[in-house]
Design a protein around this ligand. Structure first.
Ligand SMILES: *Cc1c(COP(=O)(O)O)cnc(C)c1O
Length: 367
């Protein structure tokens, strides 16, 4: 069969290996598997979220409220915005594809950092857009400026703050200075999937959506319940922007794209601040132990503002081989070979998980 030819050169998104696959391949007990490959919350989600799921089981037979009034209201309160500034997606992944759909067609230009979230490129290529990447792996705002100056017709720019999979994060000041130089006709997407972590660690990296939207009308801020909130399985993300942009994104949104249970749980999640605070404190306590360990063993790593760390190996080691050895021990890490890197991305787990990871790393590195 002949398919849409823009899809010919499109690679599928490579998701972190699911626990189910490891159970099948190596005969592990699912309980013994440590999955630190998809930046999920090792402490699960708020207990109140689970309670809400149980209390809302009666909603299963009916279609969800497609206006998503309650969740929009809760988000509007949280960010001091209006409902009209909010769109909810089945994960922020879905909002990314709405943004691409709103701006791009065949040969539209989309700019991003060389090593960043894979879905930007996949979404853009689905509509045949042309991908421009900065020369450096990490975000360097001067490189974005240079490429933009040479290509003022760029339709969409992605900034991932902090950046997955490397963990670095531009300062808000640099982002604002850049945005001032961008035409109102270019859509800039600020992906804040890990903003809770970055703004906790360093106030200079904190993006305040209200402030951002007041200053710039051509920006979409993305947030998600999949990472700090520990609700990846429920698929809820959101985009915050001007009324005009949100109205356009809604034209691309399929009806009932969020389940009723997900909507109810997301509202509750926003109420449990204590759970998020605990997650953030523990994340950076545990990250410090990795930093000590890696420095002591002279392994290069990128300082991270998120809930993961990327460690870079010298040519003496093969990250892919190390990832395979970890799998045999029931530990799933993210091999960054598909990004052309000899690196592993490790989600910061809980204390016991991290001890096991470091024990095994020490073993593999001395062999
Ligand atoms: C995980 C992630 C997302 C989206 O997650 P959803 O589960 O689709 O909300 C978006 N951007 C980045 C950088 C991510 O790491």
């Amino acid at each position: 069969m002949e398919f849409n030819e823009t899809l010919n050169n499109l690679k599928n998104y490579e998701a972190g290996k699911p626990i189910e696959e490891l159970v099948k391949d190596f005969d592990f007990n699912p309980k013994d598997i440590i999955k630190l490959a998809s930046n999920e919350n090792p402490y699960g989600c708020s207990k109140k979220v689970k309670q809400t799921a149980l209390e809302n089981l009666d909603k299963i037979p009916l279609y969800p409220d497609d206006s998503m009034y309650e969740l929009k209201n809760a988000l509007a309160k949280r960010f001091e915005l209006k409902d009209e500034n909010i769109i909810i997606g089945a994960g922020s992944d879905q909002v990314i594809s709405f943004c691409i759909g709103a701006k791009c067609k065949q040969n539209s230009k989309v700019l991003m950092a060389k090593t960043t979230f894979a879905m930007y490129e996949i979404s853009a290529k689905q509509v045949g857009a042309k991908i421009l990447k900065t020369p450096s792996s990490e975000h360097r705002i001067s490189e974005f400026e240079e490429i933009y100056k040479a290509n003022p017709d760029i339709a969409v720019i992605f900034l991932c703050l902090p950046n997955n999979p490397l963990g670095e994060c531009l300062s808000t000041k640099d982002v604002y200075l850049f945005l001032e130089k961008v035409s109102k006709n270019t859509l800039v997407i600020i992906d804040g999937a890990y903003q809770e972590f970055a703004s906790f660690k360093d106030i200079n990296k904190k993006i305040i959506p209200k402030d951002l939207l007041e200053k710039f009308e051509n920006v979409v801020y993305l947030g998600t319940f999949s990472k700090a909130y520990g609700m990846g399985g429920l698929r809820v993300g959101y985009g915050l922007s001007s009324k005009e942009i949100i109205n356009t994104l809604h034209k691309l949104r399929p009806p009932f794209n969020i389940t009723s249970l997900s909507l109810a749980c997301a509202c509750t999640a926003l109420e449990d601040e204590a759970f998020i605070q605990q997650t953030l404190v523990k994340n950076f306590e545990e990250m410090e132990k990795y930093e000590e360990f890696l420095s002591k063993n002279r392994i290069n790593f990128t300082p991270s503002y998120a809930n993961f760390m990327t460690i870079n190996f010298s040519s003496k080691y093969k990250a892919s081989e190390i990832a395979k050895e970890f799998l045999k021990k029931g530990i799933i890490l993210r091999d960054l070979r598909s990004y052309g890197l000899n690196s592993l991305r490790i989600t910061i787990g809980d204390k016991e998980q991290n001890i096991k990871v470091r024990e095994n790393l020490a073993k593999f590195l001395t062999h």
